[in-house]
Design a protein around this ligand. Sequence first.
Ligand SMILES: [Zn+2]
Length: 259
Amino acid sequence: MTIFCYHSVEPLWESPMAVEPGAFAQQAGWLRRTRRVLPLRDALPRLDTSGRLPRGEAVLTFDDGFTSLHSHVLPVLTREALPATVFLVAQTLTPAGQPVDWVDDPGPEPLDTLSLDQVLEMQDAGVDFESHSWAHHDLTRLTEAECVRDLRESRELLSDLLGRAVTLLAYPRGLHDDKVRRAARTAGYTHAFTLPERAEQVDEHAIPRVGIYRGNGQVAVRVKGARSYLPLRTSPWLACAAGHLRRTGGTGPDAAAEG
Ligand SMILES: [Zn+2]
């Protein structure tokens, strides 16, 4: 299997980035019943050279730290006893804060990110928090020095607030190049995660994840986890599967696909 990447889980934001809560609960239940879901750190030594986990193993990650994770993800993780890692945009936790200005299709309601109290409550409940940079800039557009500063400040602030060393990074939008990977290493990250749209070179600072999006049912989650990390949402097969799930309300084929 593989490392899954979610963003938000909420009912009203009709974006590929926002999985419906019911769909997420189904996916989480299916993963708990049929897979061994590992904490991200425990999974790192188990990845093969293509960045994949042994058959039957999976990891859950969430990018951006949206507030909806507190209401729609934490209760499911607790109920199913599943480990997960959330990658936070550090500046959102400063006193001045940062609006969610990095989303292409924000929807009608303003998007919020987790407060420090919510982060600490979730950390106490067993959720792991790591870095998603300082301000969600496209790191490939910064100079190497700017990139090191951005990533170092994020790591230091988050380590301080969380009371433990933050050493894992998810690149904003998964974007990276040689310079960004070097900067991540210089800034003290042992591993960094991408969201590749096609096969790319894998190393400790370019570990692929598979994105799960609104409309993906268990069939899509299972196939995405089992195959390469190509973006199935743009493949003819997934378009076909997603259409089938929509037509049937998403529950029938999901249940049939379990096991
Ligand atoms: Zn992001």
